[in-house]
Design a protein around this ligand. Structure first.
Ligand code: AMP
Ligand code: GLY
Length: 430
């Protein structure tokens, strides 16, 4: 099979690494990819939202399957575009159509969905520019911290959590009447604050059945002890020690199954990943958010733990027979540590030479914001999150030690990484 994978982050490098290990993969193309994905296939210089160019490429290169990494093209309807085009409709697409991607693309839709199907989530109400005053009255009924969410995609920046009522009211006004996040904040969800430990649960589904991927925890903030600004993710760990069989059973019964059944009941055909952003509130799972894709940097710790052929799962999704496919999980722990550019998540410089990648042993190196220097045999930084270093271990500590050893070896000007990953989980290890 010829496969076209779209995206350019660490998630896509990890998926590319896994896809080319499959006996079903004849050739992998990655659009646009990064310096890491080019080690496993052919990078193609086309953006993920350039549907017409992707179409021309897919036809020219006899693509059989499109695997969608990021949310943007899903929310913009790439699956619908392929399915509705007479020349493209034979190509299977891993990733939901526009309606299913609304689970991620609209907080208002996803909250309404969860309430309708009795899926545990924080109490909420949605407001628009005609109901700002009602929104402020609603804030008065809540205890701080206040949680405000722009309805649409806002590049991970659309959630505001504030201790102050005055600040929360002002943010609500800025989002609704000053278009703080553009069209994404035409509606705002205000919800109850939940306190607990977060975790990321992933399934792949053909719309009827699902397979569980390994559970992970990601580290969102830039600073040690999970402080400072939010980032795309500073690393991830899989497995998560507090996720025991009892909690997993609750997640399946109260969250995953009702979500799949709800999609069927709403007439939404869903083929792809569902990422459940959960919070464990005293042993009960609540949904913080849905995503219509794999997580990044969770993929970098989760995919290496899948022992079976990932293409078997993708083909099960495409053919609607996922129930007959097997997924085998590696029992070892993994830890992925993200090296980022100095200054990230605020302004940072690019085009710094990356050294030491070839000296890494006992770890996998997944590129995120990197590019090949066109004139020299060098890899350069090309984004905020630069490289994820993933290691296996019989224990979490062993996996972390290997990744941290290699985090010192790979170098570039301004390199930064958190040194405290996993510390918060030690208390859960029995
Ligand atoms: P989201 O984009 O919905 O994942 O929100 C970003 C982050 O805000 C989450 O990962 C949580 O850390 C936090 N968050 C979102 N909603 C809540 C909530 N209801 N209670 C507590 N924290 C929340
Ligand atoms: N790591 C969180 C996300 O991918 O949204």
């Amino acid at each position: 099979m010829n496969i076209l994978l779209i995206g350019s982050g660490g998630r896509e490098h990890a998926l590319a690494w896994k896809i080319v290990q499959s006996k079903h993969c004849s050739h992998l193309f990655i659009a646009p990819g990064n310096a890491g994905t080019s080690l496993h296939g052919t990078n193609v210089d086309i953006g993920v939202n350039d549907f017409e160019k992707l179409k021309a490429f897919a036809l020219d290169h006899q693509i059989d399957m499109l695997v969608v990494g990021p949310e943007d093209p899903l929310v913009n309807g790439i699956h619908d575009f392929f399915a509705e085009d007479a020349e493209l409709k034979h190509i299977s697409v891993i990733g939901p159509k526009k309606k299913g991607a609304l689970l991620e693309g609209s907080k208002d839709f996803s909250k309404d969905f969860m309430i309708r199907y009795n899926i545990p989530t924080a109490a909420y109400q949605t407001f628009d520019k005609n109901s700002i005053q009602v929104g402020i009255e609603f804030l008065k009924t809540l205890n701080p911290p206040y949680v405000l969410k722009a309805d649409g995609l806002a590049a991970g920046k659309g959630v505001i959590i504030s201790e102050s009522f005055d600040e929360a009211s002002e943010e609500l006004r800025l989002m609704l009447s000053e278009d703080k996040f553009g069209a994404a904040s035409a509606k705002v969800v205000i919800e109850e604050f939940l306190s607990g430990v977060e975790m990321s649960v992933f399934v792949i589904t053909d719309g009827k059945d699902y397979k569980l991927f390994p559970v992970a925890k990601d580290y969102k903030r830039i600073g040690e002890g999970d402080t400072g600004l939010n980032t795309g993710g500073m690393g991830s760990i899989s497995h998560v020690p507090f996720m025991d069989d009892e909690l997993m059973q609750k997640v399946e019964d109260k969250v995953i199954k009702p979500t799949i059944d709800g999609l069927i009941n709403d007439g939404i055909e869903y083929k792809g990943f569902i990422f459940f952003g959960l919070i464990n509130v005293e042993g009960e799972p609540y949904v913080i958010e849905y995503n219509a894709r794999m997580g990044d940097p969770e993929t970098e710790s989760v995919v290496p733990r899948i022992k079976s052929d990932i293409m078997e799962l993708f083909m099960g999704v495409a053919e609607g027979n996922l129930a007959n496919r097997n997924i085998e999980i590696d029992p070892r722990q993994t830890a992925a540590i993200m090296l980022v550019s100095g200054g990230y998540p605020e302004a940072y410089e690019k085009n710094k030479t990356i050294t030491g990648i070839e000296e890494v042993s006992n770890s996998l190196v997944f590129h995120a914001g990197t590019k090949q220097d066109a004139n020299a045999d060098e890899v350069l930084t090309n984004g905020g999150r630069v490289i994820a270093i993933t290691s296996y271990g019989d224990t979490m500590q062993e996996a972390l030690e290997k990744s941290y050893t290699n985090a010192k070896i790979i170098d570039f000007e301004g390199k930064y990484y958190r040194t405290d990953l996993g510390k918060d989980l030690e208390k859960f290890i029995k």
